[in-house]
Design a protein around this ligand. Structure first.
Ligand SMILES: [Zn+2]
Ligand SMILES: [Zn+2]
Length: 327
């Protein structure tokens, strides 16, 4: 039987309708699996040797014991937001901001699940470094860090990369999430995500991995198949509050989550989004950062567009079981 579930940490609704789902192994075929790539592409600006196609290089993380870079950060050639001196008359704010691309690896064909442990660590270290750099710029209110993999997940270039955008306004999504957490904190005196984590860890139904620093869960009201939610187990208001051990552990946790996804359903398109929490001290008691890995394998229809209630054709409990078993 279908179930209407509300995410207790965001207020968002989902209809869990498992009867409508295909077998997990059919998902990659129906969603359009990310095609295998050659080791190098002469027309790809992210491949080494094609630096003349890049606006400039912002920074590179060196590889340990091997020559070359592990990650390279460049300005986005077609930025969503950029530095701008003038505000057009019909705009509330200038499109001011920063938009950087973090190239995940010099190899054209590698994705996050394929990186070595050291290169994966270099990637998450770069995420923390670039997030901090953009957050520190004058006029930046919120930073959005994400990864689009596969054209249906919004990636315009096949060479794996993630993106960091500094915005001159607060993200409406973050503002809404914080308002929900604030209301819960006002009523109960506790952080809604800490409470959800305690409930999920006790029941274990949707727990995929429980480590020292992080829990990986399929959300109770997952808004799509095989969504994974990576949550720091310590109450931690902002992404940049992650401590030394958490920063070390995050690399492995994100990589294992994606490796499980590949083992369970194949190389499907996906998004990774960092939900940064809040750096404002007054919001620290109820903000709690997290990362979501969202496979882009279903297309919203009219019901979803009109109601903002997503129909998930898979049971979160079954998905958690498949991900736990996936090797
Ligand atoms: Zn390339
Ligand atoms: Zn918390």
């Amino acid at each position: 039987m279908n179930a209407l579930r509300q995410d207790r940490t965001t207020g968002q609704w989902a209809v869990i309708a498992p009867g409508r789902g295909k077998r997990p192994s059919d998902l990659a075929a129906s969603a359009g699996a990310v095609a295998p790539l050659p080791p190098k592409d002469p027309s790809c600006p992210f491949c080494p040797g094609n630096e003349n196609m890049l606006p400039r290089i912002i920074e590179e993380a060196a590889r340990e014991a091997v020559p070359g870079w592990a990650t390279r950060v460049v300005p986005n050639k077609y930025p969503i937001l950029q530095r701008s001196e003038s505000v057009p008359a019909d705009c509330l704010e200038a499109g001011y901001g920063e938009h950087e691309v973090v190239i995940i690896s010099p190899s054209h064909y590698l994705d996050i699940p394929d990186l070595t442990g050291a290169d994966m660590q270099a990637l998450t270290d770069t995420w923390f470094r670039r997030f901090a750099a953009l957050q520190a710029l004058p006029g930046i209110e919120d930073v959005v860090l994400f990864c689009n993999r596969g054209s249906t997940a919004g990636a315009s270039l096949a060479h794996a990369h993630s993106q960091v955008i500094g915005m001159p306004i607060r993200s409406p999504h973050i503002v809404a999430a914080l308002a929900w957490s604030a209301a819960y904190h006002r009523d109960c005196g506790r952080c809604v995500i800490c409470d959800e984590l305690a409930r999920e860890e006790a029941s274990e139904d949707r727990v995929v991995e429980l480590g020292e620093s992080f829990a990986v869960l399929v959300p109770f009201a997952a808004r799509g198949p095989f969504e994974q939610w990576i949550v720091p187990r310590r109450h931690s208001p902002h992404f940049l509050d992650a401590g030394t051990q958490e920063r070390k552990d995050l690399a492995g946790v994100v990589q294992r989550a994606l490796q499980r996804l590949v083992a369970a359903v194949g190389r499907v398109p996906y998004n990774i989004v960092v939900e940064p929490g809040s750096r404002h001290v007054e919001e620290a008691s109820y903000a709690h950062w997290a990362i979501r890995i969202v496979p882009e394998v279903t297309i919203p229809g009219g019901f979803e567009l009109q109601s903002d209630i997503i129909v998930n054709p898979y049971s979160p409990e079954d998905n958690a079981e498949s991900l736990r078993q996936a090797r």
